[in-house]
Design a protein around this ligand. Structure first.
Ligand code: NAD
Ligand code: GLY
Length: 370
């Protein structure tokens, strides 16, 4: 543990919980164990995170609560594991543990582990506790907060899932030191999203600190995480089930998910994008579409592109993805109503909005230019 005091963000609403952000949190057994009500804990992680951190979390928990029965379940790392088959294996692990209704699933990993573990917790015995221990920047600023849990199917991302708020979120910023730089930058795409959708001052701050953030400056990252979590916490407290404004958190996601699905959830490579990168491209497409529909100035789209590029994020659709195929993927987005496209667009930096009935031709033109 270090002496840096953790930051706290409270998530309000019907199921309140706390987000704790700071270095050394995973070594603090009491901080982890205080969220475990019963005796059964299933520690879920992936094949890259588990060798680094799983034994430490287990030891810290047992030091604080020697009576705990701790099972472990490790998925192969990567988006390709966010499947119904892997979900089934996590459920079998809960069964093998003999987990009772007061059990706790600890999700130690990035958004893939978090989403799948949260969904397993939502379903086991119709719902047990889940504590999110995010280890990627993306998971710390977005996926661990708000209770959206899901797995992908071939037809689309996150199409099978549940709303299941975590009991707590504990983000140990020290683990970002082992995160590959490409994954760090992917997380910064979701950070940019908060500025782009509702906070021009935060957008300016990101522009000023882009170099330090993409180089992994820990003080800047801690501030970016806390400010992002505060944004997300405020929105999900007001609209936990995405009946309204929560949809704005999907700025760039309809395009981004289409790219990810069309890539077949491939492991990130020279052309295949990871989730955060796909969201970066998606936000640019949403901004360009807003300009094409005369809803927003082109200069704001240009500023967004410049910020993403300064964070070394992609801003164009990878080669080989056909516009028509991407449009077909967008039709299965969860925001659509009665088969009509509903997209999150913007009026400019800090002013996102949901727009219904966007015509296919306009979307296709942006995808073709993209
Ligand atoms: P990820 O979970 O695949 O993690 C990225 C890679 O980093 C993996 O290979 C992982 O093993 C590795 N890794 C994680 N932490 C590490 C560490 N500290 N050190 C070294 N390696 C580490 O990807 P992600 O970007 O964290 O999450 C993307 C997923 O999150 C997508 O499936 C997306 O749909 C989902 N998501 C969900 C929400 C939500 O609200 N539930 C929001 C945004 C994204
Ligand atoms: N990442 C979008 C949401 O949580 O609603």
């Amino acid at each position: 543990m270090t002496d840096t005091p953790p930051l706290h963000v409270a998530v309000g609403g019907e199921h309140p919980y706390s987000i704790t952000i700071g270095p050394g949190q995973l070594a603090d057994g009491h901080a982890l164990a205080r969220h475990v009500r019963g005796r059964h804990v299933l520690l879920v992680s992936d094949s890259e995170v588990a060798p680094l951190y799983l034994a430490g979390v287990r030891a810290a928990l047992l030091q604080a609560r020697p009576d705990l029965l701790i099972g472990e379940h490790v998925l192969p790392a990567g988006e390709a594991s966010k499947t119904l088959a892997e979900f089934g294996r996590a459920i079998e692990a809960l069964a093998a543990l003999g987990a009772t209704r007061d059990a706790c699933v600890l999700a130690l990993g990035g958004g893939v582990v978090g989403d799948l573990s949260g969904f397993a917790a939502a379903c086991w015995m119709r719902g047990v506790d889940c504590v999110q221990l995010p280890t990627t920047l993306l998971a710390m600023v977005d996926s661990s907060v708000g209770g959206k849990t899901a797995v992908d199917i071939a037809a689309g991302k996150n199409l099978v899932g549940a709303f299941h708020p975590p009991r707590a979120v504990i983000a140990d910023t020290q683990v970002l030191s082992t995160l590959p730089v490409r994954e760090l930058r992917a997380g910064l795409a979701e950070v940019v999203k908060y500025g782009a959708l509702g906070d021009p001052e935060f957008f300016d701050w990101l522009q000023r600190h882009a170099q330090g953030l993409s180089a992994g400056d820990s003080a800047l990252l801690a501030e970016a995480i806390a400010r992002s979590c505060a944004h997300k916490a405020a929105i999900v407290a007001r609209d936990p089930l995405e009946k309204g404004e929560r949809a704005l958190l999907n700025l760039g996601h309809t395009f981004g998910h289409a790219i990810e699905t069309e890539q077949g959830y491939a492991a990130p490579g020279r052309d295949a994008l990871n989730h955060g990168e796909a969201v970066a491209v998606g936000m640019v497409l949403a901004a360009r579409l807003s300009t094409a529909l005369d809803r927003a100035p082109a200069a704001d789209a240009d500023r967004l592109v410049a910020l993403l590029q300064s964070l070394q994020l992609p801003v164009a659709i990878p080669a080989g993805l056909a516009p028509q195929a991407l449009l077909e993927r967008m039709r299965l987005d969860k925001k659509n109503v009665a088969g009509r496209l509903r997209l999150v667009l913007w009026r400019g930096i800090g002013k996102a909005e949901v727009v219904a009935d966007v015509h296919d031709e306009a979307v296709l033109a942006v995808l073709a230019a993209g």
